[in-house]
Design a binder for this molecule. Structure first.
Ligand code: MG
Ligand code: ZN
Length: 236
């Protein structure tokens, strides 16, 4: 949210007060996020923050990863209401904790902290945080993850990448889901790749079909690469 600060705001006392409050909230959040990351590091766990608009297929991707990912993982779920997604993950035999945010349209570090006393730190190698479906503010809240996965589905349109640049600038991988819908929608994969790379040079863009599982191996390879990179940073 620091992006909204400009001269106009600084010169307007009322708005500038608002910005100071937002900055304070974010710096408190960042401190807590660092503590969460430290906790994951201590247990040699690599954490991925999954972000997208609602209905892009984050949970379905996790269900498919449960069948194929060569790492033990656990999932922290965020939604406004219901425990549906956590239940779907548990049905796959994966530990999952549901955070219900009520009215909040994103997860923050404080919320994620609530899940940690229950988290199976000694049993897994990877943690996924499935953020609340929203392409805007989840990008501004560090939740203590090491890497960000941003999803955009074919029916949403390739223009969403340019329209929501704050989110896509944060992406360590962009996953285009619902590739089976390409024949019905005017989604230009190359245009999407270009837009994503303009915002985050070199970012991998993967096309995923959760029905045929095409693209899943590429995502697994990327996760493995990031897992190794993280362990190397931790010194083994
Ligand atoms: Mg979901
Ligand atoms: Zn929000």
């Amino acid at each position: 949210m620091a992006e909204i600060i400009n001269e106009d705001i600084k010169n307007n006392p009322q708005l500038s007060h608002k910005v100071t409050v937002i900055e304070k909230i974010l710096s408190k959040n960042n401190k807590m996020a660092d503590e969460i990351r430290e906790e994951f590091n201590k247990h040699k766990i690599t954490c991925f923050n999954m972000m997208s608009s609602p209905g892009s297929g984050k949970t379905t991707t996790l269900e498919n990863l449960a069948d194929k990912l060569p790492y033990k993982f656990a999932v922290i779920e965020g939604d406004l209401e219901t425990s549906r997604d956590a239940e779907r993950i548990r049905k796959k035999g994966i530990w999952s904790f549901q955070l219900q945010t009520g009215r909040a349209c994103h997860l923050d570090a404080g919320m994620v902290k609530h899940a940690l006393p229950h988290f199976p730190f000694d049993e897994v190698e990877i943690a996924f945080i499935e953020n609340v479906g929203n392409l805007v503010c989840p990008a501004s809240y560090d939740v203590g993850a090491h890497y960000n996965m941003v999803f955009v589905s074919v029916p949403e349109g390739d223009d969403k990448i340019e329209k929501y640049p704050v989110m896509f600038r944060k992406a360590d991988i962009v996953i285009i889901t619902k590739a089976d819908m390409l024949e019905f929608f005017d989604f230009d994969v190359n245009r999407a790749k270009e837009a994503a790379n303009k915002l985050k040079p070199g970012v991998p863009v993967v096309l995923l079909n959760n029905k045929t599982k095409e693209g899943l191996d590429e995502i697994i390879d990327w996760i493995s690469e990031k897992r190794k990179e993280h362990l190397k940073k931790l010194g083994g």
